[in-house]
Write a protein that binds this ligand. Structure first.
Ligand code: IPM
Ligand code: MG
Length: 387
C-alpha cells in the first residue's frame, strides 16, 4: 500500500497527498510496511522504545505494522562498506513509510566523503526525492524552563520550518576540491536552484502555513546571491494563489537574529537547504532541547522519511541516557503525514505530554523537582500513558 492512496474521513487534507485522497473502510485493519533505519549511536535505543509505542497504538487503532530493519550510516559502512546499501534504498522504496533514527559517529568522521554516514543520509533523501522537510519547533509548556532563553521570549513559540531538502548547495554542481593552475587547492560547492524546485517547496510551504496561523516568512540572501533573488521572486509570484497567507521575506542573517530575539513573530518559515539546516537547529534550541523535536521529509509521492532532528549522540550511546521523545514524536508525524492516521498520531502526542506532566525527564530536559529517567524507563512511562 502506498502512502498517498490512504485517506481518513473528516480530517484535513494533507498538502502533498490530499488530492489523491480515497476514503477507507472504517472497519478494516490496515496494514503498513514500515522500514526501520536505527542507524548509529543512540539510534537503536530510541528506535526500540518507539517500536513498542507504535505497536501499542497500533493495537488500539486497528493498525498493523510490519517492521523491517535496514542498514544506514556507520553501521552500514561497517557491515557492507557503504553508508547506503542498494538494498536499503530498495526496501525503503517498497515500504509505506520509513522511520529513521540517527547516523554518524567519531569513528567514521575521517573516511573519504563518499563513505561518510552523512553521505548515506543525503543519498536516501535524494533517492526517495524527499524535497520537503518539515521541522516543527514547538515549545511545550512543561519544558519552558529547559530553554536557555527567558520564559517571556519562548513561551508559546510554535514554528514550522519548511526546509528544501534535495537541492541547493548540498547537491549543486560543480563540487569538489580542485588544484588551480598555480598548484593551490581550491574547494568548490555550488548553490543552485531551478525555478521548478523553488515552486514546489513554495507550494508546500504556503499549504502548510494555510493550515497553521497563515503567516509565511521566506528566508534567503537575496541582497548578495543571485540564486536567492530567484528564490525570492518565485516565492513572491506564488503568493497570488494564496491570498489567505501573509507572506514576508527576511535575509538569513536577520532571520537568525530574529529567531533568538523575538521567536513568536514566526509561524511558518520556508528556506533553502543550507539556511534551513542552520535555522532549524536554532529554532529547535528555542524549545530547550533538540532531543524533543521530530521531522518529516516528504516527496511528491512514495514513502516519506520521519526522523528526529537531533543526531546520534555517540557520547551517550549504549548508556540508557538518550531521550526517545523526538523519535516517538517522529513516529507520530509518520502516522499523521505519511500514513494519514491523525487520531493515532494525536494519541502518541498526548502520551508524550502526559509523561512530561507526570514529571518524567531524561537528562537533556531534566530540571530540579522532576523525575530523572533513562531511555527505557521513559518508554515504559509512555506505554503506561497510552493505556
Ligand atoms: C540535518 C543534519 C544533516 C544535514 C547532516 C547529518 C547531513 O544536520 O538533518 O539537519 O545537514 O542535513
Ligand atoms: Mg542539521
Amino acid at each position: 500500500m502506498q502512502a498517498q492512496l490512504l485517506g481518513y474521513d473528516n480530517h484535513p487534507v494533507d498538502p502533498l497527498y490530499g488530492s489523491l485522497e480515497i476514503k477507507r473502510s472504517a472497519l478494516m485493519t490496515q496494514q503498513f510496511n514500515i522500514t526501520l533505519l536505527p542507524g548509529d549511536g543512540i539510534g537503536p535505543e530510541i528506535m526500540a522504545v518507539t517500536v513498542e509505542v507504535l505497536k501499542a497504538v497500533g493495537s488500539q487503532f486497528d493498525l498493523q505494522f510490519q517492521f523491517q530493519s535496514a542498514l544506514i550510516g556507520g553501521s552500514a559502512i561497517d557491515e557492507t562498506g557503504t553508508p547506503l546499501p542498494e538494498e536499503t534504498l530498495s526496501v525503503c522504496r517498497q515500504s509505506d513509510a520509513v522511520l529513521l533514527a540517527a547516523i554518524g559517529g567519531y569513528q567514521w568522521d575521517s573516511l573519504p566523503r563518499h563513505q561518510r554516514p552523512e553521505t548515506g543520509l543525503l543519498g536516501l533523501r535524494a533517492g526517495l526525492q524527499l524535497f520537503a522537510n518539515l521541522r516543527p519547533a514547538t515549545i511545550l509548556p512543561q519544558l519552558v524552563e529547559a530553554s536557555s532563553l527567558k520564559r517571556e521570549v519562548v513561551e508559546g513559540v510554535d514554528i514550522m520550518v519548511v526546509r528544501e531538502l534535495t537541492g541547493g548547495i548540498y547537491f549543486g554542481q560543480p563540487r569538489g576540491v580542485f588544484e588551480t593552475e598555480a598548484g593551490e587547492l581550491r574547494g568548490v560547492n555550488t548553490m543552485a536552484y531551478r525555478a521548478s524546485e523553488i515552486d514546489r517547496i513554495g507550494r508546500v510551504a504556503f499549504e502548510t502555513a494555510r493550515k497553521r496561523q497563515g503567516r509565511l516568512c521566506s528566508v534567503d540572501k537575496a541582497n548578495v546571491l543571485e540564486v536567492s533573488q530567484l528564490w525570492r521572486d518565485r516565492i513572491a509570484a506564488l503568493a497570488s494563489n494564496y491570498a489567505d497567507v501573509e507572506l514576508s521575506h527576511l535575509y538569513v542573517d536577520n532571520a537568525a537574529m530574529q529567531l533568538v530575539r523575538q521567536p513568536k513573530q514566526f509561524d511558518t518559515i520556508v528556506t533553502g537547504n543550507l539556511f534551513g539546516d542552520i535555522l532549524s537547529d536554532a529554532a529547535a534550541m528555542l524549545t530547550g532541547s533538540i532531543g524533543m523535536l521530530p521531522s518529516a521529509s516528504l516527496g511528491e509521492s512514495g514513502p516519506g522519511v520521519f526522523e528526529p532532528v537531533h543526531g546520534s549522540a555517540p557520547d551517550i550511546a549504549g548508556q540508557d541516557k538518550a531521550n526517545p521523545l523526538a523519535q516517538v514524536l517522529s513516529a507520530a508525524m509518520m502516522l499523521r503525514y505519511g500514513l494519514n492516521q491523525p487520531p493515532a498520531a494525536d494519541k502518541i502526542e498526548q502520551a508524550v505530554l502526559k509523561v512530561l506532566d507526570q514529571g518524567y525527564r531524561t537528562g537533556d530536559i531534566y530540571s530540579e523537582g522532576t523525575t530523572a529517567v533513562g531511555c527505557q524507563a521513559m518508554g515504559e512511562a509512555l506505554l503506561n500513558a497510552l493505556t
